[in-house]
Design a protein around this ligand. Structure first.
Ligand code: ZN
Length: 203
């Protein structure tokens, strides 16, 4: 399986990192080795002094597809999840400034938290889902999927022009504003509406 991540999909997050608003979605991949194993803590890697959490809504693909029209994209997923795109921000800035790919900063071991999945049928619309992240009990990120610049079905259309989507692939749909650094002993807890989806300890 593969993880396809979307960058800069929320206007307020683009502003907080002083990035330009893209014309098309920004895509990057994480390998399956980046998934944090269930019940394991997240270990801050030794090559970074500024690892940020980025909470994101996830979509799990259930059917193989290529060149999927947005009208039919809803047939390719039943489940929505929540995860963290951990980012070594210091390393990412260095790589970006040189115009290098940023995989080392985002695709390292443990950099993808994949929480539980829930049925999309539990919600009126995937384009109106509230989600949030608490750090040590305080809300640090809070958003609604309606704020995405490219909605889930548009993302599937766009991504599948470049990458064949296969069963079990996961899309990270981008982070809203409120990203910040983690420190050892932090506890990150993610919610879709009021339902707890994951809880991660930082070491
Ligand atoms: Zn992200």
């Amino acid at each position: 399986m593969k993880i396809i991540c979307v960058g800069r999909n929320y206007a307020a997050h683009i502003e907080e990192l002083d990035n330009e608003k893209p014309k098309d979605p920004i895509l990057f991949l994480k390998p399956d080795t980046s998934i944090l194993l269930k019940k394991n803590p997240f270990l801050i890697p030794e090559f970074s002094n500024d690892v940020h959490y980025e909470v994101e809504l996830l979509v799990k693909i259930k059917k193989i597809g290529k060149y999927i029209d947005r009208k039919f994209a809803h047939k390719y997923y039943d489940e929505i999840g929540l995860g963290i795109d951990f980012t070594a921000r210091d390393l990412q800035q260095q790589l970006k400034s040189k115009g290098h790919p940023w995989e080392k900063a985002k695709a390292f071991d443990g950099a993808a938290v994949v929480g539980k999945f829930v049925s999309k049928k539990d919600y009126q619309s995937v384009d109106d889902i509230n989600f949030s992240l608490k750090k040590n009990g305080n809300v640090v990120q809070e958003a609604n999927s309606s704020l995405m610049l490219w909605k889930i079905d548009e993302l599937i259309e766009y991504i599948s022009k470049y990458f064949t989507l296969k069963i079990g692939d996961i899309i990270f749909t981008g982070t809203p504003s409120g990203v910040g650094a983690v420190l050892p002993h932090d506890i990150l807890t993610g919610y879709i509406e009021d339902k707890e989806i994951f809880s991660i300890k930082v070491k």
